[in-house]
Write a protein that binds this ligand. Structure first.
Ligand SMILES: Nc1nc2c(ncn2[C@@H]2O[C@H](COP(=O)(O)OP(=O)(O)O)[C@@H](O)[C@H]2O)c(=O)[nH]1
Ligand SMILES: [Mg+2]
Length: 219
């Protein structure tokens, strides 16, 4: 195993309501990082994270699972949390160990109560939250209204960094790129909004992940 210093180790939570797509995302991350040779599925009971018999039989996560991948010289520890309210204790126990929460959300469900609870728990621990929108392949029509709902629920600083393009087949990084058309509108307006937000946060406090996340939540 490569020798990682503590600065190269990142603990990331995959949180969200049940069936939002956390375990499927974890499987895709492991596959693309080359940690597993075959991408399994929750429905077939072959996802690396849902390895307990109970989980494979019910097709959903019951326990928090620690997975890991190496990416660009960093060791990423991925904690795949259960999303069912019955198992929220398993999820809460992992929060203090992580530095970032990836909140996985299915736009068809809108802003569900579990997502709100998780954001509140992260807020109380001063834990930055990034939202990963799943189920994009099912149609991009819902995305525009969903972005507005996210801003309404979590603050106007909740801005996209990646946008779907070509009807969900492509991805545009709208932080580094200011040109082109996405499925939710022209990229330049999203890019400018992000730069404006970054400029504002730099004038208020250093642009570290924790301080910028605090700023995002307060706007
Ligand atoms: N179409 C589609 N199905 C998905 C996506 N993510 C997850 N699923 C399906 O949704 C169901 C629940 O996914 P799972 O990863 O177990 O959700 P979790 O409870 O958040 O871990 C499974 O049947 C997955 O195959 C997605 O992005 N698109
Ligand atoms: Mg799961």
């Amino acid at each position: 195993m490569p020798d990682f210093g503590t600065a190269d180790i990142h603990n990331v939570l995959l949180a969200g309501s049940r069936s939002s797509g956390k375990t499927t995302l974890a499987e895709a991350l492991l596959f693309h990082a080359g940690e597993i040779k075959r991408q399994g599925t929750v429905d077939a009971g072959t996802a690396a994270s849902d390895f307990e018999k109970e989980e494979q039989a019910h097709h959903y996560s019951v326990y928090s699972t620690l997975l890991h991948a190496t990416h660009q010289g960093k060791r990423i520890n991925i904690l795949d949390l259960p999303g069912a309210p019955d198992f929220i204790g398993q999820a809460i126990a992992c929060l203090p160990a992580a530095e970032t929460m990836l909140l996985v959300m299915d736009p068809e469900r809108g802003i569900d109560s579990m997502s709100r609870v998780l954001v509140k728990l992260a807020h109380d621990l001063d834990l930055p939250v990034a939202i990963v929108v799943s189920h994009i392949g099912e149609g991009v029509a819902r995305l525009g209204p969903f972005l507005s709902e996210l801003k309404e629920a979590f603050g106007r600083g909740c801005l996209p960094i990646n946008l779907p393009a070509d009807n969900g087949a492509g991805v545009i990084d709208c932080l580094l790129n200011g040109e082109g058309d996405s499925d939710v509108g022209p990229v330049p307006s999203f890019h400018t909004e992000l730069l404006d937000q970054r400029a504002k946060s730099q004038t208020t406090k250093p642009f570290t992940s924790r301080s910028s996340a605090r700023w995002i939540r307060r706007t």
